[in-house]
Design a protein around this ligand. Structure first.
Ligand code: AHR
Length: 511
């Protein structure tokens, strides 16, 4: 057993948590849309063909914002194909995933679906095969009330009220050579800046996300951000970050440390944003939209084969990663890292939502399951709203293949004064030993622990599937703990576990 300590001071706050941190992503890819959120023949389908069992689980996750329709898909997408009478919509070859896009679901159906969930819609425009004019047409179609060509077209398509989309992505991963219409930083910076200027001339209150690097290991990383923002600083509001994690070498110790890379990535992008702000003598901060993140590797080999040998199918099973318990620990570590940077990360989208590298899996004509990664997201989305407290941790550390000084204890606290609640999220990265964590809470007059959720599995590779959905699930433990000589609670955190500690504060019932 190890000992560690977390010190939190009630008034040392990093930032309120933006609710858009609990976002997700739906791409026209594999079975995310067709035979995912939309399966008209399914026994739970509503009159619009959307599965209500999916809706229920998405609602449970309380997803604040959903990025749509891609991803790589968007860089070849013609949005007009997806509006108007369904029987007249064309089928198109999608070059990104080498599938056939039937265009049964388009912007109007998806906006309705988001509305039914209470989630905000975040739309990505095509800056691959298309450009400024099409972006303006789509903005007019979505947001203009009536009386113009595209707004009246929307009304004629049955969507009387405008969708009022506030958040727009200026393309997707435009630095990546795999992207249709991939650009250099200079080319992209110009098109992003000019498209943003024109879009804001139409609707000044919209918010725009410029593409950052596809991941931190891109050879152009850092220069890309600096060059793009040098062009687009005045007209954009956010820069995007994307990051996927893998455990290809099956080195779990190393895998669990990968959120250190996320931390470094975030700090680097913040520095670049601030450098450009300084250079421009600017007044505004460019904040971060971490709009793709997840573990992604389990399905890669089979996907490459499907795309190569069996292309141009509608909704083939692609990117259907079945997540192991250890993946959930990584998701927990990354969520904690995001919270620690809540002052600059204002948007984050778990990629993706259903079937495609997703917390929710469905079977065509069958059941549904919460993958292992569902739970840490659920917990942070449920209990992590409030203000993040600056965590000071004392923990032993380890070295792994790619990282040095990895703390066994990864933790953060979020206070919600309205609910008189403090929630501490913790991952114990130690695969063998439990940790006794002392919580030194300063400035809190009185408090008590009311909940301890523990998510642990003897088998780090255990999975949940539609046929065996509850293999690994979190449990609420009886709240039992010791106190040290100062009266601080000391909580035992099992080896390789995700924990949620919920405190009631100001409860007039001192420990
Ligand atoms: O989420 C899957 C893919 O990952 C997205 O289409 C792309 O943006 C990224 O490379």
């Amino acid at each position: 057993m190890r000992n560690a300590c977390l010190v939190l001071e009630k008034d040392f706050k990093i930032s309120p948590v933006d609710k858009r941190m609990f976002g997700s992503f739906v791409e026209h890819l594999g079975r995310c849309v067709y035979n995912g959120i939309y399966e008209p023949g399914h026994e739970t389908a509503n009159p619009n063909g959307f599965r209500t069992d999916v809706i229920e689980l998405v609602k449970a996750l309380n997803i604040s914002v959903i990025r749509y329709p891609g991803g790589n898909f968007v860089s070849g997408y013609r949005w007009e194909d997806g509006v108007g009478p369904v029987e007249k919509r064309p089928s198109r070859l999608d070059l990104a995933w080498r599938t056939l896009e039937p265009n049964i679901i388009g912007i109007n159906e998806f906006a309705e679906w988001c509305k039914s969930l209470g989630s905000e819609l975040m739309v990505a425009i095509n800056l691959g095969t298309r450009g400024m004019q099409d972006a303006l047409n789509l903005l007019e179609y979505c947001n203009h009330p009536s009386g113009s060509l595209y707004s009246d077209m929307r009304i004629s398509h049955g969507a009387k009220a405008p969708h009022n989309v506030k958040l727009w992505c200026l393309g997707n991963e435009m630095d990546g050579p795999w992207q249709t219409g991939h650009k250099t930083a200079g080319e992209y910076g110009r098109i992003a800046a000019e498209t943003a200027r024109a879009m804001k001339a139409m609707y000044p209150d919209i918010e725009l996300v410029a593409c950052g690097s596809s991941h931190a290991k891109m050879p152009t990383f850092a220069d890309w951000e600096a060059e793009v923002l040098a062009e687009a600083y005045d007209t954009v509001d956010y820069v995007s970050l994307h990051q996927y994690f893998s455990n290809e070498t099956s080195d779990t110790k190393n895998f669990l440390a990968c959120s250190l890379e996320t931390d470094y990535f975030i700090k680097s992008v913040v520095s670049i944003c601030d450098y450009i702000k300084a250079k421009k003598r600017g007044k505004k901060d460019i904040n971060l939209s971490f709009d793709e993140w997840n573990v992604w590797y389990h399905s890669k080999k089979t996907d490459d084969k499907v795309m190569k040998d069996d292309p141009w199918k509608i909704a083939p099973g692609l990117l259907e990663d079945v997540y192991a318990f250890e993946d959930a620990l990584v998701i927990g570590c990354v969520l904690i890292t995001f919270l620690k940077h809540a002052d600059r990360i204002k948007i984050a989208c778990l990629a993706q939502l259903v079937n495609v590298i997703a917390p929710i899996m469905t079977k065509q004509g069958g059941g549904i399951c919460r993958q292992t990664i569902f739970y840490p997201f659920l917990h942070v989305s449920t209990f992590g709203r409030g203000e993040v407290l600056l965590p000071v941790t004392f923990s032993e550390k380890y070295d792994s293949a790619d990282f040095t000084d990895v703390p066994y204890l990864e933790t953060v606290g979020v206070i919600n004064e309205e609910e008189a609640a403090l929630t501490i999220f913790v991952v114990n990265r130690d695969l063998e030993n439990s940790i006794n964590m002392r919580c030194s809470l300063k400035g809190f007059e009185d408090y008590k622990i009311v909940k301890h959720i523990v998510y642990q599995s003897e088998n780090l590779k255990a999975v949940n599937t539609v046929d065996s959905p509850d293999n690994v699930i979190p449990v609420e433990k009886p709240v039992i703990y010791d106190t040290d000589e100062t009266g601080s609670p000391v909580i035992n955190l099992p080896n390789a576990s995700w924990n949620v500690l919920r405190f009631k504060i100001n409860c007039g019932n001192a420990l």
